[in-house]
Structures are given as structure tokens and as C-alpha cells.
Design a protein around this ligand. Structure first.
Ligand code: ATP
Ligand code: MG
Length: 649
């Protein structure tokens, strides 16, 4: 939308892991000879038995089969901890920042991490967990969540994390779906000053699970819980007795490491399976290169470990690289809208990685919350989860980064395990709102949605697909390989179909235009939702916007806009008119909103993404069938939109 670009400073281009020439050279090599490229990258890890084969993958219909480093063996926990002990045993591995800023931060060294993970591994083994068994984690963002993940990895159990904000029903469904042997939970989860009773939620879930499922309970607040002898086990008590050493299991590169469900933005969540070798190679490489991570940096990804971002960029990627990673238990606005920046100042954060939903929320609170804090250690900023509107990008860049921190807008998915498209800080001239370039080894293509043919050249738009495998690609949907094939490989044969649309601009840079399901067709013009939303958000009185199509007699589909205004702005007919004219001038007459509904809140997933499928139903007056709402953060928002839908005009 804006033509302004932000090239890396000469200093950064010189010091960064990757500069422009190196990107071009390495990218070309990664596509020309993936075996050689990933053979070299595999050396990032310590292997018990080195691999002799690198890539063995097929996107052929009826035979979707993905294997990387298939004859190698290794252990993920040993790679994330043990191999660092000699060189950095006393370095902080994890900084724990509690929800309540009055509570002290914890600094956990690699040596301490090793002991805690070994203890947890032994406790799990005593509870009967063996290689290949499933363990469900339902925990706050506390160090024990990382211990539990790594303990599973250490003994070869497969973890499946359920975000602590999910209901007992969702928890039970995921325990049963993977036939898990153990749930690891905590008494309570403090978040934003409130305390969720996790153990009592788990109790409720367990009523709907097999009697043999055990529950390991971590003490977080010390609050009261009910106890079922023989089923419930006290982690803190057992940890006192547990042995401080546990031998890492020898795992095949293709053994599953974890199951994780997608966010549920477009429908029922999918149980994504990631494996041991390729996943860790890719998580390690992207954490280092994309954030230009250097020895000694303090790395903060604000996601929850309940999402893939937390898996790859709080735990596995940073720890594989021997980094210091922050685990933050709280929310951006508690106790006030300065919390993120207070934490950045306190721990001298160098890389900061968050989601557009947080940036938009903080943007509405004013710049004074940011300006109060010393952010001079920040070097790199990151964004993930949704398209970042240029307006939010500019605020992030100017107010948080003071114009000196490159923003890596990383496009990827639960399914991809790691970053797929992103600018690299020392290599690319950033464009606000653009995911820029494919990462090494990622063969991005734009397809014509009707013919399925590749669209060559620049200045083109279509469906985003990936033409070949990469090491951290999901291997299957848990227990449903057919759904895997059907969801990702059946619409466009021979390609991985991401479900998103994109544009490749005149310079060959990529822009995510939104979900393919959300594309609007107005009088024969196909339009992504991201562009219209960004235009609305660019208006000074608009805080957030979501755009969907609805049946329109003349145009086929009309443009329906849900608009959240800034805190102190009154919705008026005049403003409605003004917004129509605004979008018309920003994009063109074809994009002018047909209906605008004032929306104090928008329905979002618990990971903070707008659920347009629900908005589409409301726009179509079809709210009998809203689909899977199990991942919806606040159902009252939907009721309110339905009730007040007549304020659309
Ligand atoms: P579900 O697959 O269950 O509908 P989901 O797609 O939201 O949920 P995730 O895997 O958490 O589940 O999210 C991946 C999606 O998030 C991508 O397909 C894309 O639509 C969006 N996304 C992530 N990062 C970016 C980004 N930087 N720019 C634009 N979109 C992004
Ligand atoms: Mg998805």
C-alpha cells in the first residue's frame, strides 16, 4: 500500500548472519540441491547415529509421504540441554517472568534445566509413560511447561499441549483423541490478575476420560484443589525424591515429537504431527537466521507454549541454539499497557516477537506506555499470526523500534513447524505488511485458483502453495492420514496447499492477502480481506476491522465490514460515510464497503486471530450454524454482534 521501503542499515547488512548476496546465493542453492543444503544444516544437531539419507519426500496424490534424515537417530532434549552443559552450563537458559510483576523473576541455568527435566522424565516413567506414549500438557506459562515438554522428548513420549484457556470439554477431547496416559497440569493458572482453576478443569475433563489416565499436578499458586488418590500425583513432592539423571532415549528422526492442534480459525482444529529430526533442524536454523540471533542475546517470544510459535520459538529453537529465552506468564495489558516494555527493559531483551493482535491493542492505548521504558537493547522485532496492517507495522517500527529495529513479518503455520516466508533482517528492504521472501528451501508458488496452474512472473495474485517439502513439514494429522491428504494435497495436485492467498508484487516480494476461504468476489473482482481491513485500520478513528463477503443481488458478493472504533470515538452516520469514502480513495471504488457494522469486539480464537467464518455467518443471517466454536475466546462477543446486527448500513 505504501511505497516506502526500509533497507537494512549498512552496519546490520555487514554484521548479520545473512546479507542480500548471501540470501540469493543460499536460496538458489537450497532449491537446486535440497539434499546437499539440508545435509549441511543437519550438522547443527548432535546425532546419536548420523543419517546417511537426507530427503525422501513425495507429494504424489495417494502417496503423500514425508521423511527427512530418516536413518539418523538423536534426542531432542539432549540437543536442547545436555550438549550445552560443558560450554554454557551456568548460563541462563530460561528467564521466567511471572504474571504479577511484584513476584520475582526466575533465572534457570542450563545445569538446573537439565536436573529439572531429568527429574520430570523419571517421574513420568514412574507413572508408566513409555516411548511413543502420549502426554497432554495443560499448564500455565511456567518453567515446568518447558520441563514437561523436554522430559517427554527425553523419554520419547509424544506431548500434546492444550492451551490453559481451553475448557474441560476441549481438554477431554484432546486427551481422548490421542489416547493419552497422563495429563500434566497445575493447581491454578495466574493470567492478567485472574486465576484459572486448571486442576478443577482437569478434574472435570477426567470424568470423560478413561479411568487409567493419571494426573500430575504442579503447584503454582498453592491454592486449594481436590485430590483423587491413585489418580492424582503431586509433582513438587515427587520431584524431591526423583533421580537427577535420566538417560536420553535414542529416537529415530521420524519418530513423532509432538501433536498440536491448529488454532481453529477456519474450522475444526487439526491435530498436527511433528517429528524429531527435521523439525529441530528447521526450528534451530530459523531462530538463528530470521532473528539474527547472536551468542548472548536475550530472546523473547511472547506466545504461549500452547501454540506452535511457543513450541518452536520459546522452547525448541532457542534452546537448541543455547540461547536465553523468556517465558512470560502474563498478558500485554496487565497490570497496565506498559507491561511488555517493562519486561523488555528489565531483561534487556534483544529480540522481541509478538502478534498483530497485541500490537493493535497496545497501539490504541497511546505511545506514552512505550516511551516510559528504556528499549535501547532491542535489535529485532517480529510479528506472527495474522497479516500485520501497515498502520500497526508503522507504529511497531516507529514507536517500539524507534526506526532502528527491522521487523520480521513471519508467515507460517502450525503445519509448517517454522517460518516459511519472512524478510531476513540484514538482507531485505522491508515493506510494511509484506512477508517478503521464502526462507531457504521453501519453494513458494502462486497458483491460479481456477486452473491450478502456476502463475509465473511478478505482479501476480492467486493461491499460495509450496511445491516441495521442507524438513519441519507436518507428517500427518494424528490418526487420520486421509484428512492430511485431503486438507493439504487434494485441491492442487502435487503441491502443499496452505489455505492462504497471496500476491507477488513487481519486485517478486510476497504479500499474504488472507485466507482463501475469505476471498470476496465483487462483480467478478476477487479481493483478499487483508487489503480492505488494512485500509480501514489506517483511518485514525479505527482500532480494528474485519471484512467478509455477503450475498448481494447485483454484485454477487458485497463487502461487509465489522469496525471497532478507537476508545473515545462515537459511531455516527457521518463517520460511516467518511469510512466509505476513505476506503474508496485508499484502494478504489470496487473496494468501497457496502455495509458497515459497528463492533465493540470481534470474535477471535484464543490465540488472538479474527474468526471471519463466524462473521460471515452473521453477515449472511445464518447464525443457526456457526460451526466449531470450541476455540473461540469470548462467545459473548458473538451474541452481541448478532443482537446488534441491525446497526449495519
Ligand atoms: P485453522 O487452521 O485451524 O483454521 P489457523 O490457520 O489460524 O487455524 P495457525 O496454524 O495458528 O492456525 O495459523 C496459521 C495461519 O495464520 C496462516 O495460514 C495464516 O493465515 C495466518 N498467518 C500466520 N502468520 C502470518 C503472517 N505473518 N502474515 C499473514 N498471515 C499469517
Ligand atoms: Mg490453518
Amino acid at each position: 500500500m505504501s511505497d516506502k521501503t526500509y533497507p537494512p542499515s549498512a552496519e546490520l547488512a555487514a554484521s548479520a548472519h545473512i546479507n542480500a548476496e548471501k540470501y540469493d546465493e543460499m536460496y538458489a542453492a537450497s532449491i537446486a540441491d535440497p539434499d546437499a543444503f539440508w545435509d549441511e544444516q543437519g550438522k547443527r544437531l548432535d546425532w546419536i547415529k548420523p543419517y546417511t539419507k537426507v530427503k525422501n519426500t513425495s507429494f504424489e496424490p495417494g502417496n503423500i509421504d514425508i521423511k527427512w534424515y530418516e536413518d539418523g537417530t538423536l534426542n531432542v532434549a539432549a540437543n536442547c540441554i545436555d550438549r550445552h552443559l560443558e560450554t554454557r552450563g551456568d548460563q541462563t537458559a530460561i528467564i521466567f517472568e511471572p504474571d504479577d510483576p511484584a513476584e520475582e523473576s526466575q533465572y534457570i541455568t542450563y545445569k538446573e534445566l537439565h536436573k529439572s527435566v531429568c527429574r520430570m522424565a523419571n517421574i513420568l516413567e514412574d507413572l508408566g509413560v513409555r516411548k511413543g506414549d502420549r502426554v497432554v500438557l495443560y499448564l500455565p506459562m511456567i518453567p515446568e511447561a518447558a520441563y514437561a515438554m523436554l522430559a517427554c522428548a527425553r523419554i520419547g513420549a509424544i506431548h500434546s499441549i492444550v492451551f490453559a484457556g481451553f475448557s474441560p470439554d476441549a481438554l477431554a477431547a484432546r486427551v481422548n483423541g490421542s489416547d493419552a496416559k497422563v495429563i500434566i497440569t497445575a493447581d491454578y493458572a495466574p493470567r492478567g490478575g485472574r486465576k484459572t482453576p486448571l486442576k478443577s478443569n482437569a478434574d472435570e475433563a477426567l470424568l470423560h476420560c478413561k479411568d487409567s489416565v493419571k494426573c500430575l499436578v504442579v503447584k503454582r499458586t498453592g491454592g486449594q484443589t481436590t485430590w483423587v488418590d491413585g489418580r492424582d500425583f503431586d509433582y513438587n513432592e515427587l520431584a524431591l525424591e526423583a533421580d537427577e539423571y535420566s538417560k536420553p532415549a535414542e529416537m529415530n528422526a521420524e519418530d513423532p515429537l509432538f501433536i498440536l492442534y491448529t488454532s481453529g480459525s477456519t474450522g475444526q482444529p487439526k491435530g498436527v504431527v511433528h517429528c524429531t529430526g527435521g523439525y529441530l533442524v528447521y526450528a534451530s536454523m530459523t531462530q538463528e537466521i530470521v532473528f539474527d540471533y547472536k551468542e548472548g542475546d536475550i530472546f523473547w517470544c511472547t506466545a504461549d507454549v500452547g501454540w506452535v510459535t511457543g513450541h518452536s520459538y520459546i522452547v525448541y529453537g532457542p534452546l537448541a541454539n543455547g540461547a536465553t529465552t523468556i517465558m512470560f506468564e502474563g498478558v500485554p495489558t496487565y497490570p497496565d499497557a506498559g507491561r511488555f516494555w517493562a519486561v523488555c527493559e528489565k531483561h534487556k531483551v534483544n529480540q522481541f516477537y509478538t502478534a498483530p493482535t497485541a500490537i493493535r491493542a497496545l497501539m490504541g492505548q497511546g505511545t506514552e506506555w512505550v516511551e516510559k521504558y528504556d528499549l535501547s537493547d532491542l535489535r529485532i522485532l517480529g510479528s506472527v499470526g495474522e497479516p500485520i496492517n501497515p498502520e500497526a507495522w508503522n507504529w511497531y517500527n516507529d514507536v517500539v523500534g524507534k526506526g532502528k529495529c527491522p521487523i520480521v513479518d513471519t508467515w507460517w503455520q502450525t503445519e509448517t513447524g517454522g517460518h516459511m516466508m519472512t524478510p531476513l533482517p540484514g538482507a531485505h528492504a522491508l515493506k510494511p505488511g509484506s512477508a517478503m521472501k521464502p526462507f531457504f528451501g521453501v519453494k513458494t508458488v502462486v497458483l491460479d485458483p481456477h486452473t491450478g496452474e502456476e502463475i509465473e512472473g511478478n505482479g501476480v495474485e492467486g493461491v499460495l502453495c509450496i511445491a516441495d517439502s521442507w524438513p519441519s513439514q507436518m507428517r500427518t494429522v494424528w490418526g487420520d492420514h486421509e484428512r492430511f491428504e485431503k486438507t493439504y494435497f487434494s485441491d492442487y495436485k502435487g503441491y502443499y496447499f496452505a489455505g492462504d492467498g497471496c500476491r507477488r508484487d513487481e519486485d517478486g516480494d510476497y504479500w499474504i492477502t488472507g485466507r482463501v476461504d475469505d476471498v470476496i468476489n465483487v462483480s467478478g473482482h476477487r479481493m483478499g480481506t487483508a487489503e480492505v481491513e488494512s485500509a480501514l485500520v489506517a483511518h485514525a478513528k479505527v482500532a480494528e476491522a474485519a471484512v467478509v463477503g455477503y450475498p448481494h443481488d447485483i454484485k454477487g458478493q458485497g463487502i461487509y465490514c465489522y469496525v471497532t472504533l478507537m476508545n473515545d470515538v462515537e459511531p455516527t452516520e457521518e463517520l460511516r460515510k467518511e469510512l466509505r469514502t476513505w476506503v474508496r480513495t485508499e484502494i478504489g471504488p470496487i473496494a468501497a464497503p457496502d455495509l458497515i457494522q459497528w463492533s465493540p469486539g470481534l470474535p477471535k480464537t484464543r490465540s488472538g486471530k479474527i474468526m471471519r467464518r463466524i462473521l460471515r455467518k452473521i453477515a449472511e443471517d445464518d447464525f443457526g450454524a456457526l460451526g466449531d466454536t470450541s476455540t473461540l475466546a469470548d462467545p459473548s462477543v458473538v451474541d452481541d454482534l448478532i443482537e446488534n446486527r441491525m446497526n449495519r448500513q
